[in-house]
Design a protein around this ligand. Structure first.
Ligand code: HEM
Length: 299
């Protein structure tokens, strides 16, 4: 298979930076969540009498900081859309790297906004808040679908013909290395990812894909045991063989689900974007009103 596909991506500096950022951000988040539990669980009416009210309320020193940093992250996330659309920025890092940054901001930003709201949302801003939650949660589904579309490390889609060629090359590689005939390979692949019939509908295809992915470790374990017995090979030899076979099975599934995945991803965009637009418009109104009435935080 092409060494430039996302599956064969090596750990980059960005990965290391993101892992550190996730660890630091989650640790700080959990710290504030635990130390603020008492305040956050107090009713809206009682909150002004709480000792943490001055700092943790949405307009308090810390609560406001959550709002400012969270909103900044939500705005920085849009850099992905800009990088994706503006040709002149094409040389500015891989699109896939920008998406990973988008996802970091898309997870930590909403989490900070939840703390900023002190778990109490009402009025117009509630529409923005719940749209934000919907967009962030649907992002997880989008990420799953995005991963089903084979891409180069740079994040560009690999075209269908090239995929078929890669699939044939892999079958040949498996035959050369392990002497597994195409028919036999087909049935081994089907025991990892049973074929999905797209004519049963998109929702069925989507759920079956998730179901098959969840069962993949168990199926691989059973297959390994079966192959060790049948081919009389060692654990290491079969494990080595399975690495290539699993890559081939995944590629085969992506080829047979090509249309369904593209349609699902299209519908996902259709839902994800309007929620994001509603969220940003109301967020902007909310920020303008806050600044207008004098909430400048530390500035
Ligand atoms: C409130 C938080 C979020 C907002 C406002 C948001 C917003 C957006 C927008 C506007 C797009 C369209 C980009 C474009 O085509 O120009 C997008 C795409 C995407 N987002 Fe998010 N997102 C959020 C959170 C997340 C999260 C948490 C994830 C993953 C866990 C995620 C994954 C994705 C993916 C995979 C795409 C598709 C990229 C593509 O088709 O090129 N998003 N998001």
């Amino acid at each position: 298979m092409k060494s430039s596909t996302t599956e064969s991506r090596k750990t980059s500096l960005l990965d290391v930076i993101l892992i550190i950022l996730y660890l630091v951000s989650f640790s700080i988040y959990v710290y504030f969540l635990i130390t603020g539990t008492d305040f956050y669980s107090t009713s809206l009416r009682e909150q002004p009498h709480h000792p943490d009210y001055r700092s943790l309320r949405p307009a308090g020193m810390i609560g406001h900081a959550f709002g400012v940093i969270g909103s900044a992250m939500m705005i920085f996330m849009l850099l992905y859309s800009i990088r994706k659309r503006i040709r002149r920025l094409q040389n500015l890092g891989y699109l896939s790297s920008w998406l990973r940054v988008h996802i970091y901001f898309g997870i930590i930003g909403p989490l900070l906004i939840i703390l900023h709201s002190s778990f109490k949302v009402q009025g117009l801003i509630a529409v923005s808040f719940w749209s934000m939650i919907a967009v962030a949660l649907s992002g997880i589904l989008g990420r799953y679908l995005y991963k089903q579309i084979p891409r180069t490390i740079a994040g560009q889609e690999i075209d269908f013909k090239e995929l078929e060629q890669m699939n044939q090359n892999l079958a040949q590689e498996i035959y050369n290395k392990f002497r597994i005939e195409p028919k036999q390979l087909e049935s081994i692949e089907a025991s990892i990812f049973p074929p999905i019939r797209p004519e049963k509908g998109l929702i069925f295809a989507f759920l079956s894909m998730i179901f098959n992915d969840a069962l993949k470790p168990i199926r691989s374990y059973r297959l390994r045991k079966h192959l060790i017995k049948k081919l009389n090979l060692s654990f290491q030899e079969v494990s080595q063989m399975l690495i290539t076979i699993k890559r081939k099975a995944m590629l085969q599934r992506r080829i047979s689900m090509w249309n369904a995945i593209h349609q699902l991803f299209h519908y996902w965009h259709v839902i994800h974007k309007p929620f994001a637009i509603i969220m940003y418009i109301i967020m902007l109104i909310h920020i303008l009103v806050a600044v207008y009435v004098g909430y400048f935080w530390i500035f």
